[in-house]
Structures are given as structure tokens and as C-alpha cells.
Design a protein around this ligand. Structure first.
Ligand code: AMP
Length: 282
């Protein structure tokens, strides 16, 4: 495995692989790996001959009052996990390498899809995501890129960007990895206190509650969301940021629960904002 810091070097290395006719699978990450990240690497490994993982905590997707500086980092551990998974190349550039002085070019999806859910709570977040992912796609030029459904809106936005900018690669969404008790794995879970960690279960439990309501015939999304809200209110360290039931494809709000739906929640547990979601076919 090779860890590469510069755009020029990764380009040279991957050009060589492509010359040999090898397919390239790409897993973009911000590091501090857990099983969720590793599952993407395994999926990439099973589908492509060469696996490239990027580790880059992207400053442009964090708001001014968000946790860019505090975001957990452990490159040494990450590199050894990549090695174990049989990753071929890790691309870990500096902020300066990706955004040299006077950098000013961005890729922005202006659709409603970036204004709802996390886009509403985190203005500018998806502009940062699409910009860095577009740059990484241009640098790595992969055949396939792997993203977790944990960030369902991110997948939808990136799929739209790839479609609309005619980027020549396939996006592969991968299932959410959870802890044994149901908590969706996230690098940010380390911020939680012992009590917060227990309360964080309210996200998955509220989704399970919604699923039960739907399975017992409830179709009124407002009523389902009210029940979820009420449930989370019972957790004293947790504050709802949003609870939405939307079309899984368009992310448009649904009044009646029907078709391919996404139930998405964002909850602030202590100071940590956590997200989770569930896709259902109704
Ligand atoms: P991050 O490092 O948080 O930017 O995540 C890098 C990639 O891992 C993204 O495609 C995420 O959606 C994915 N990911 C994060 N958490 C999980 C999880 N619990 N299960 C599956 N994929 C995940």
C-alpha cells in the first residue's frame, strides 16, 4: 500500500494502473475509521481491481461554528486499517494541496435537494461536499465510487451531480453499519459522554417506532413525525434538529407515506449533532 500526499503523484501512479487495464474503486472519507468506512473499502475491493481511499477532513463542508478543528483524526491507525483491508493507495493531501492560496472554484447543486434536511441546518455544507468530491473524482478518475447510505442525502446529491455534469463513473451506495445496540457508526460518536452514548440510541429507536407505525397501517406522515418527536423529547440530553419523511429519490416531503420513502432524523445529543435514516418501500 502506498500513501500519497500530492495530486501529481497520485495521478502518475493511477495512470500506470489504468494503462494496465485495471479498474479503480474509490472511497472518499474524512478518516477516523470505523466498520462503516471499512465496509465501503471491502465493497470496493470486491468490485474493482485497485482500491483508492482518500483521507481528507474537508474544511469547505464545515460551517464557521462547526467542528472542523476538533474533528477526530488518527492517521496512523487509519493507514494500518487500510493496509489490513488490502487498499492499494491512500490519498491524504494537505488542505493547501487541495485549496492553494486564492482558491475560488466551487461546484454547487442549486436544487431543492441541497436545501432540505441537513442542507437546511448546515447552509453551504453540500456546496463543500460537491466541490471536494468533484475535485477528488477529477484527481482519481475512478470507475466506481462508494458512499454510505448513512449520509443518504449526500448520496442523492452526489448522484445528481454525477448525472448532471456527465461524470463518467458509477456511484455505489452501501448499507448503514451499526453498533450492536443499533447506533449508526459515526466518527463523531467519540464526542459522546457515557450518558450521551446511551441517549444516542433515540435516533434508531425513533426510526424503528416510525417503521412499526407504518407497518400497522399509519400513512399520515405528520402523525408519524409527531410520535417520533414525542419519543425523542423523553431523552433529556437530546434535541431534535429535524425529523422528515421524504421521497427516497427526490427528497421531497411526503404528506402520505407511499412508495420508496426515506425517514431521516438529525438530533443534537449533548453538543454532538447525529444523523440516521431508514429507507422503506411502502
Ligand atoms: P466520513 O468519513 O464520515 O465523511 O464518511 C466517509 C464515507 O463513509 C461516507 O460515504 C459515509 O456515508 C460512509 N459512512 C459513514 N458512516 C457509515 C456507516 N455507519 N455505515 C456505512 N457507511 C458509513
Amino acid at each position: 500500500m502506498k500513501c500519497i500526499r500530492t495530486i501529481e503523484e497520485i495521478r502518475v501512479c493511477l495512470k500506470e494502473q489504468r494503462k494496465d487495464g485495471k479498474t479503480i474503486g474509490f472511497v472518499p472519507t474524512m478518516g477516523y475509521f470505523h466498520e462503516g468506512h471499512l465496509s465501503l473499502m471491502r465493497e470496493a475491493k470486491s468490485r474493482c481491481q485497485i482500491v483508492v481511499v482518500s483521507i481528507f477532513v474537508n474544511p469547505t463542508q464545515f460551517g464557521p461554528n462547526e467542528d472542523f478543528a476538533a474533528y477526530p483524526r488518527d492517521e496512523e491507525r487509519d493507514l494500518s486499517l487500510c493496509e489490513k483491508e488490502g487498499v492499494d493507495f491512500v490519498f491524504a493531501p494537505s488542505v493547501k494541496e487541495m485549496y492553494p492560496e486564492e482558491y475560488s472554484t466551487y461546484v454547487e447543486c442549486e436544487g431543492e435537494i441541497t436545501k432540505v434536511l441537513c442542507g437546511k441546518s448546515r447552509p453551504g455544507h453540500f456546496k463543500g461536499v460537491t466541490s471536494v468530491v468533484a475535485k477528488l473524482f477529477h484527481i482519481v478518475n475512478p470507475d466506481c465510487a462508494f458512499f454510505g447510505q448513512k449520509d443518504a442525502q449526500q448520496v442523492a446529491v452526489i448522484e445528481k451531480m454525477v448525472r448532471e455534469l456527465n461524470m463518467d463513473l458509477q456511484i455505489i451506495p452501501c448499507p448503514i453499519k451499526r453498533e450492536k445496540d443499533g447506533l449508526a457508526m459515526s466518527s463523531r460518536n467519540v464526542y459522546l459522554s457515557e450518558r450521551g452514548r446511551k441517549e444516542a440510541l433515540c435516533l434508531k429507536q425513533s426510526l424503528d417506532l416510525a417503521q412499526r407505525e407504518i407497518e400497522s397501517g399509519m400513512r399520515d406522515s405528520i402523525k408519524i413525525k409527531e410520535k417520533m418527536q414525542q419519543f425523542i423529547t423523553g431523552f433529556s440530553l437530546s434535541q431534535v434538529d429535524y425529523i422528515e419523511i421524504v421521497s427516497a429519490k427526490t427528497l421531497k416531503k411526503l404528506e402520505e407515506v407511499k412508495g420508496e420513502i426515506l425517514i431521516a432524523v438529525a438530533v443534537r445529543v449533548e453538543k454532538t449533532r447525529l444523523i440516521d435514516n431508514m429507507r422503506l418501500s411502502v
